[in-house]
Structures are given as C-alpha cells and as structure tokens.
Write a protein that binds this ligand. Structure first.
Ligand code: CA
Length: 229
C-alpha cells in the first residue's frame, strides 16, 4: 500500500485530504507542524508528500528544499494564495505540483495518483541490481540467495550457501577449515571443523558434475579449500 505524508496545520483540511486518500486505498500519516513533518519526511520513506506552504514553525519552502537535498519523493505543495504558487515555481524548489486552496478533494486524489504513477515509471528502470557472481556456468545470486549450475537451479541450505558464496567471493584464496568454520559458523557452539568438510561435500554433490574432480571448490591437501577461478 502506498504511503502518503500530509504536512498541514489546518486540521479540517488535513482530515479531508486523509479521508479522500484513504478511500483510494492510500495509507496516510499526518503531521501538523513543519518541524515534525520535516523530521518524518527525512527519516521515513513515503511514496508522496502533500505539503502545506504556511506552517507555524518551519515553512513549506524550507521543508521542500530540505527534502530535495536527499530525496526524490514526489511533493505536492498546497497554498492558500495563488501568488505563492508563482513564488514557489520561481524558487525552483523541486516540488512536483502545486494546488491552491480551496481545492476539490477528488482533484487532489487525481493528482496524487498521476504523480505516483509517474514516479513509479521513473524509478522502475532504477531497480537495484542483485549481487551476482558468475563463474564457468555457476551463478550465485547473493541478494536472492539462489544458485544455478548451467541454468539449473540448485537448492542449498543456509550454511551451504554462505560457505559457497564466501569462497566464490574470494577466489584463489586458500582457507583452512578453521578459518571457514569461524567465518561461516561464527560463535555458534554446535558443530566443529568437521562440519566444514561435510558441507563442502554436500555443496560439491549439488554443483559439481564429477565430485571426485571438482571444478569449483578445490581441496588443498593439508591446508584447506579454495575456489578455483
Ligand atoms: Ca497552513
């Protein structure tokens, strides 16, 4: 559900906006002073902010300016005076839209929807890229915690995944069983370094074509393991 922050000191207007937006399935948060509204806008992630210009402490100009310094959240500014709208535009504060009081609540909702759709389109191309390691047919998606071998997905347990991802992230580095145990199992009391051997075996059964001639995790006799690159 999309979240909207209303920063408005006139309670009747804030309530009216809230009612209409909630009817359109938006989740609404209200703040009635500039400082509280600004604080919230900076600390939390809203999908859109409706910002009144005249507020008792920090005014809408300042709030918009500060939000824009760190966030791209769409901002619709609300003002009682038409002159102010021209002033806001002139200042180039980065507000996305302006609306003059009195306005019809349905018009506000229509604008909110339009800006949200536009913002979603803009940000759709900027989805975060997953952290993926790909080596000779082995693909490890560390963000999604999934593993594929030649396009076929393999199911690894949490520790198997952690161990494989750790070795693959540090290829050509030989780790002793003790180092791997500390790295992956940390302070967990259960198990011992033999656990490492067992997990390496399980991982190989899942990712290697021939476990007696492993292509990915190599055993360095008397020392430990390394991921071949
Ligand atoms: Ca006001």
């Amino acid at each position: 559900m999309s979240r909207i922050l209303i920063i408005e000191d006139e309670e009747s207007i804030a309530e009216l906006e809230k009612d209409y937006l909630e009817l359109s399935d938006f989740q609404v948060t209200m703040e009635n002073t500039g400082s509280k509204g600004l604080d919230r806008a900076l600390k939390e992630d809203f999908d859109l902010i409706i910002l009144d210009l005249m507020l008792p402490d920090v005014d809408g100009f300042e709030i918009c300016k500060q939000i824009r310094e760190i966030k791209n959240t769409p901002v619709i500014m609300v003002s009682a005076k038409k002159d102010d709208i021209d002033k806001i535009r002139g200042l180039g504060l980065g507000a996305d839209d302006y609306i003059t009081k009195p306005f019809s609540p349905s018009e506000l909702v229509a604008r909110v929807k339009a800006h949200m759709a536009r913002y979603e389109r803009l940000t759709a191309g900027a989805v975060p890229v997953n952290d993926v390691i790909e080596i000779r047919g082995l693909k490890i998606d560390k963000t999604a915690r999934r593993v594929w071998v030649n396009g076929e997905e393999k199911s690894l347990t949490t520790k198997e995944f952690d161990l494989l991802a750790f070795l693959a992230k540090n290829p050509n580095h030989v780790y002793s069983k003790e180092e791997l145990f500390r790295e992956i199992w940390e302070m967990e009391s259960v198990g011992d370094i033999a656990t490492v051997t067992v997990h390496i075996k399980k991982i190989r059964e899942k990712i290697e074509i021939n476990t007696s001639n492993p292509q990915y995790i190599e055993t360095i006799w008397g020392v430990g393991y390394r991921f071949k690159i």
